[in-house]
Design a protein around this ligand. Sequence first.
Ligand SMILES: [Zn+2]
Length: 244
Amino acid sequence: MEILIWLFVLAFGASFGAFANVLIYRIPRNLSIFIPNSFCPKCKTPLSWSDKIPLFSFLLLKTKCRYCNSRIPTFYFLSELFGGLLALFCYAYFFTTPSALALFFLVLVFYALSAIDVHFLAIPDSLNFLALALSLIFAFFYYNELWISCIICLSFIGFATFLRLFVSFLVGKETLGEGDLLLFGTIGCALGVFYGAMAIFISALYALVFLLVMRLFWGYKNIAIPFIPFLFLGFLSAFAWQIV
Ligand SMILES: [Zn+2]
């Protein structure tokens, strides 16, 4: 019986991992996320149910579209795998509590935002506000002190706005997108003051190392990099730190 529950959790997570792919592909292109049915991004043929079984279809179709034979990006499979593993983790750590569900959807939306930022160097407000709302819901169930979480959230947004003005003034051009400011609040609200601050510090460290490697090994200078994937990694690192 226990194994069936774990399998159900894995399937639940992988299905929403597949839904994250839909969000990542459609929202920046201003397409509806429900209509039309899923289609191959290359030949636009609508997919049948057997082409859409999370994790399995990618392997059964041998990574190729059934209709036009073009390669299905491995990224789709990785999103499903990520969703599955994330659900298993949330269930193992929080069992079937509202905190587990809120954390699962928060991390998944944060993941989608990171992937969108990598592709488009901008993020949709709709998903950004959704992440903030999920963070507040998680804080409400996990910390039980919603008003403190709200104050932390606003303080982090205030701090980010100040940091943005200060750094932009120093380097003479705009740094940190407006979307990043809201995510600072999302992180602070979900992790609390200490781990939230650590998450942002770790994110900046990751981004700095990345820029340094790009500069030293590939000779890139003055490149614009998406910051949200680093915020996401920083968030995961600080969260792991918090629970060990
Ligand atoms: Zn196709």
